[in-house]
Write a protein that binds this ligand. Structure first.
Ligand code: HEC
Length: 158
């Protein structure tokens, strides 16, 4: 039949077009979510890892290691400095735990990052000076900044 060839290729053209449209949809879906969301979640995971190094040391459950303590504090310091730039207005998504309060009270939110950065910088200095007692005494000023932000500004995990 003369008709079968054109109709077969028409079907394959349609199939290719449908595939192209599906791909476009996937790309549009990905770009609809702000890249800052994944970046800030990675940054927060690094904060969590840093605290898993610091907390046992401060509690005396792990041996004091000035180099490791200084490195973990430096991670939190740089994360705090970068954090403010990772919450652009409207960067919400179902997989983000960021609460709208962030953008209603952005100055308050940013100020906690500043406090965290300064507290971490102080710990970096104390670790470099080998001041174990000073580091342990100053640690709560850093540790409390995590919860001070999460309580008002992060959706609690269920
Ligand atoms: C100024 C606010 C603020 C500070 C300070 C802060 N966080 Fe967060 N954190 C958030 C917000 C908001 C989220 C949710 C981000 C999202 O899902 O978009 C979050 C998420 C997290 C997560 C979950 C990451 C994930 O998606 O798996 C961890 C872990 C975390 N933070 C640890 C910490 C630790 C540890 C500290 C202290 C060293 C800290 N955070 C300091 C605001 C903050």
């Amino acid at each position: 039949m003369k008709m079968s060839m054109p109709s077969t290729s028409f079907a394959s053209v349609l199939g290719a077009a449908a595939f192209g449209i599906a791909m476009l949809g996937a790309v549009a879906g990905a770009s609809a979510q702000a890249p800052e969301i994944a970046a800030r979640q990675e940054l927060m995971k690094a904060n969590g890892a840093a605290l898993r190094v610091l907390v046992p040391m401060v509690r005396g459950e792990a041996p004091w290691n000035a180099a490791a303590a200084g490195q973990a504090a430096a991670t939190v310091q740089s994360d705090a400095a970068k954090g403010k730039g990772l919450f652009p207005a409207g960067s919400t998504a179902p997989n983000s735990a960021a609460l709208p309060a962030i953008w209603e009270r952005k100055a308050e939110f940013d100020a906690i990052f500043d406090r965290q950065r300064d507290a971490a910088a102080n710990l970096v200095r104390l670790a470099a000076a080998g001041d174990e007692a000073g580091f342990k005494a100053a640690f709560p000023a850093l540790g409390q900044t995590c919860g001070a932000c999460h309580t008002p500004f992060r959706r609690p995990a269920n």
